[in-house]
Design a protein around this ligand. Sequence first.
Ligand code: NAD
Length: 502
Amino acid sequence: MASRRYPARQLYYDGEPRPSTAKRFFETIDPSTSKPLADVVCASPADVDAAIASASRAFPSWSKTPPAERARVLLRAVALLRARNDQLAAVETHDTGKPLSETSTVDVVTGADVLEYFANLVGGGGLNGETTQLREDAWVYTRKEALGVCAGIGAWNYPIQIALWKSAPCLAAGNTMVYKPSEVTPLHGQFLAELYTEAGLPPGVFNVINGGGDVGSYLTSHPRVAKVSFTGQVSTGQKVASSAAGGMKYVTMELGGKSPLIILPDVDLDIAVDGAMMANFFSTGQVCTNGTRVFVPKSLQADFEKRLLDKMQHVRMGDPTDMSTNFGPVVSAQHLEKVLGYIRHGIEVDKASLLCGGLKKPAAPSASADMGDGYWVQPTVFTNCKDSMRIVQEEIFGPVMCILTYEDVNEAVERANNTQLGLAAGVFTKDLNAAHKTVARLQAGITWVNSWGESPAEMSVGGWKMSGVGVENGRRGIEAWVRNKSTLVDMSGAVATAFSKL
Ligand code: NAD
């Protein structure tokens, strides 16, 4: 095999890296150069069975381990994640193309924060049930019990963060997990599994299998899987949720969006421009919650666009491992084609006005010897967009902002809500009343006022409408990983029977 930056990535179950029975491999690619990074072992159905069997064997003991002891193990993993932040961030940068300036400050950090949050939550009694005194000699109590073997399926944009956002509440609640990263960015999987083992997680509690949709489908429809937590596209989520429904499995679905960002007339325009840029160009636009429909008052359009064009000069494309770079390539050749296809459609069919960016390969990284074949695209802004345009209606998942103007806030809110998706939404204004009133009317599960994208461990996040089912993070996040048992205890010494002698 040709030389690779990383050794071949294995499957991981029973607490160790494992080869595949099928001896099939696929490559993971560095998007900034298009060069292979590692060969990745692809799981066969027999491998998935073995990983599930490993998770099943580990479940009885892990679920009975006292929450405080589970928390102690998970907190050791948190310490290891923080100690290895830069090394793991580099793995993510190589695999996703996202700048190290992002991955070293966001991806591993926010993953570790969530693991710490759920470890502390369960260690501090977060899984305690309720007791209700019914009568003097009778009461009801509830217990929150782990579900069993859970499947985690990841998308490619925030690989280790997604793996941690799923495994943290799952393992803290006493479940075991078989996790399948996206086949586009699988590098982190084995690193994370090894780190959990080093922290003291018993063999079989966290397992990793690699592969594409066929492997994901086999895992999520497996009869021994009690719950599926999925992050990905709406169309894939529909398939996964349908198959899970047949087996009455618990599901969490974190899916796509086309989120509206509404700028109110009283706004501080510089703040709004910063927000709109973060909502469109962070992670090269590959963020599920991106605010890609930017509603601007007609009277502010010219000023907004002028300030936006000024600030676009601060987008710095280049070697993603250079800490001054703040804009990387998109993740794959296939995704580059998709994003360029939307930009072409915006220009040629939708006939939106191109304010900046477009189809031309960006000059700087493309001219470099190493990065010339990378998947680079210009950050692109369309203006004078109409609600009916395809670029306004469909998730592009790339650095493409659509500016839409409005005359009246009610009209803006109505248009913002006129979509099947409901992941995120937000408003920029100095008027607190207007902010709360507007946010209250927006149909989305994740909303921001004068901010965009921050998703701390304490904040429950999840989509409305076609954007998903359930939430991750926050206190409510743990509920998705337990089932409730209610017990009525009667100590009166007699059963109130309907069948006594007359
Ligand atoms: P995708 O749906 O193509 O793939 C997601 C995962 O599903 C991959 O691991 C893939 O191998 C697996 N998969 C594919 N077919 C499957 C099947 N039939 N059964 C089981 N698993 C299957 O999504 P993607 O392109 O990797 O990710 C981008 C999408 O993810 C975007 O739509 C984005 O908005 C969404 N996303 C949502 C959130 C959120 O929290 N709401 C976060 C990140 C990304």
